[in-house]
Design a binder for this molecule. Structure first.
Ligand code: PMP
Length: 326
């Protein structure tokens, strides 16, 4: 019989899917690494399991313990699935700008969810960074995951996502394009691909209101770059240890409006019903088009599924209220 022993064994081995109409103006072959096929509907399942398994090996989490994480939803989902299979309690600390669907979904898979204000400084005691740390200190037998600085995050992508892309493209991949949040995906995949072929170019997608692009170009952490934005999943107001700037060739920034509009376009023109960071990545890829030639094989990674955004980027009233629809 052909079956998996539990849901975690279905993680990974996601397909590469050609982008057709939306990539028509790009001379290269453009392939989407389609991560919504993971059981938690996002790429984050990969690193969630890896972070827990490494913590188990290092004795940081013990049977019956509580996993605590500040998460925009997808990492929480991956951790929640793993917690169920492995017998841990899960607490997710989330910023209030995140979609209601993400919060409801986390509760559906048995996670406790603590909601914190978005527009406070990271070191403010009310921020979700500070709240997660405090809860971890106060809860006995708990482990604070810290996906931003936890090296197992990027390692998961170095060990699984990167090798899959290399194998699926038969080593022909020339460019990797991906949204950057904690940096785990870009750093792990980018490192693996560059080790196989140092000529592979790695591009990060950033958002207006985030520090990455300016920091990469100047080495300056410029607080003037930080302001609230709507795009979900990418951009930061901190420099996570998981962002390895040395393997990134460049960043391009995508506006909130473009990211939202291209999230809709992917669904309507490619049948790819995906999350907001996929729209940002698709638009960013088009902004980079002069870097690609006809012999190139460009892989863009799409992080998560559209169902989490039905009340936002897929709701025209919300889109109009944001000024995103003409
Ligand atoms: N897109 C979505 C929807 C995400 O949840 C995340 C993780 N914050 C990212 C992109 C960025 O991925 P990474 O954290 O690996 O940089």
């Amino acid at each position: 019989m052909d079956y998996k022993n539990n849901i975690l064994e279905t993680i990974g081995n996601t397909p590469l899917v050609k982008i057709n109409k939306l990539a028509a103006e790009i001379p290269a072959l453009v392939l989407a690494k389609y991560e919504t096929f993971n059981p938690g509907n996002s790429v984050k399942d990969r690193m969630a399991v890896k972070m827990i398994e490494d913590a188990e090996k290092e004795g940081k989490i013990k049977p019956g313990g509580t996993i605590i994480e500040g998460t925009s939803g997808n990492t929480g989902m991956g951790l929640a699935l793993a917690a169920i299979v492995k017998g841990y309690k899960m607490v997710c600390v989330i910023a209030d700008k995140q979609s209601k669907e993400k919060i409801d979904i986390l509760r559906a898979v048995g996670s406790e969810v603590v909601v914190c204000p978005t527009d406070v400084e990271p070191d403010d005691p009310r921020s979700y960074y500070s709240t997660s740390k405090r809860l971890a200190e106060e809860t006995p037998n708990s482990w604070y995951v810290n996906q931003y600085d936890n090296p197992s995050n990027a390692k998961a992508h170095y060990e699984s996502t990167g090798p899959e892309i290399w194998k699926q493209t038969e080593g022909k991949v020339t460019h990797f394009v991906v949204g950057v949040g904690t940096g785990g995906t870009i750093s792990g995949v980018g490192k693996y691909l560059k080790e196989q072929n140092p000529n592979v170019k790695v591009w990060g997608i950033d958002t207006y209101g985030s520090v990455f692009k300016k920091y990469h170009e100047t080495g300056i952490f410029d607080e003037k770059e930080i302001y609230p934005y709507v795009t979900e999943g990418i951009g930061e107001d901190i420099l996570p240890k998981n962002v390895d700037f040395s393997i990134i060739d460049g960043f391009t920034k995508v506006t909130d409006k473009d990211a939202a509009v291209y999230t809709q376009k992917l669904a309507k023109e490619e049948g790819m019903f995906l999350g907001n960071s996929a729209g940002a990545a698709m638009k960013g890829l088009l902004q980079l088009k002069e870097h690609f030639t006809k012999d190139d094989v460009v892989v863009v990674l799409f992080h998560d599924h559209g169902s989490r955004y039905v009340g936002k980027m897929f709701n025209d009233d919300w889109m109009k209220a944001q000024g995103f629809l003409d």
